[in-house]
Design a binder for this molecule. Structure first.
Ligand code: ADP
Ligand code: MG
Length: 245
């Protein structure tokens, strides 16, 4: 395996009962890449993303994370999940905890970070996304865009090697999409490895280095963003782009 390969997906299959959702998916995520995953609703994008940290257990094939097969039952998946940040459409913040507590809980509990150091780091991260003054607020007191920025900070506080985003702006009011995309753009510019399921074609086009187009549980096209948008090959992709662009 090459040095820069962070996640290698080999012949990945996932079925829910009789429903064959992912069909022989193969791809590699390299360090520093920003990969957008696009495709029609129901094509398996979320399932694919969730297989990367075993939130869904593949029914066939392998996912290697930093060279380790995370599908192997002997692998300590909790150890690997610590290195994989995930941001969901619905934020999934702990509503009974302050913003600060949301961010420091995992670093203190799981990574055994010193609580004061974890707080200091959390405040620094909050400052970077313009939310330092919300440290003692509860999620219910925040707008959707603010919640999602906190969710991103919460994932970053674990110092992950890769960030997975599943439609992070889809639940937001339109005027809040920009502030979340900006945080993601900054992260990309800092060199964070990112896999982003998104309907934001402008983000896919301008920020991602590569775009994966999924349809019916298969990767139909996997190419540099610039090329894919300028000259789509697959008929399903052409059809999809004609509807979303
Ligand atoms: P996308 O994110 O591209 O919209 P999903 O990965 O969410 O697609 O879903 C792909 C297919 O798998 C859909 O038909 C969906 O209904 C089905 N599916 C997803 N999760 C489950 C589950 N936990 N149980 C049963 N079917 C599921
Ligand atoms: Mg989805």
């Amino acid at each position: 395996m090459a040095q820069d390969e962070l996640i290698v997906v080999k012949d990945l299959n996932k079925s829910f009962g009789k429903l064959h959702v992912l069909k022989d998916v193969n791809t590699t995520i390299r360090k520093g890449e920003v990969v957008a995953v696009i495709g029609p609703s129901g094509s398996g994008k979320s399932t694919f993303l969730r297989c990367l940290n075993l939130l869904e257990v593949p029914t066939g094939g392998h996912v290697f994370f930093e060279g380790v097969d995370i599908c192997d039952k002997k692998t300590n998946i909790d150890l690997h999940r610590q290195k994989i940040g995930m941001v969901f459409q619905q934020f999934n913040l702990f509503n009974n905890m302050t913003v600060l507590k949301n961010i420091t809980a995992a670093p203190v509990k799981i990574r055994k970070m010193d609580p004061a150091a974890a707080e200091e780091k959390a405040l620094q991260l909050l400052d970077r996304v313009g939310l330092k003054d919300k440290a003692n607020s509860y999620p219910a007191q925040l707008s959707g865009g603010q919640k999602q920025r906190v969710a991103i900070v919460r994932a970053l506080a674990m110092e992950p090697d890769v960030m997975l985003f599943d439609e992070p702006t889809s639940a937001l009011d339109p005027e809040m999409v920009g502030e979340v995309l900006q945080v993601m753009k900054d992260l990309a510019a800092e060199g964070m490895t990112m896999v982003v399921v998104t309907h934001e074609m402008s983000f896919a086009r301008e920020v991602s280095s590569r775009v994966i187009f999924m349809a019916d549980g298969q990767i139909r096209e996997d190419r540099p963003a610039r090329e894919l948008f300028a000259d789509p090959h697959d008929d399903r992709l052409k059809d999809f782009l004609s509807k979303v662009l």
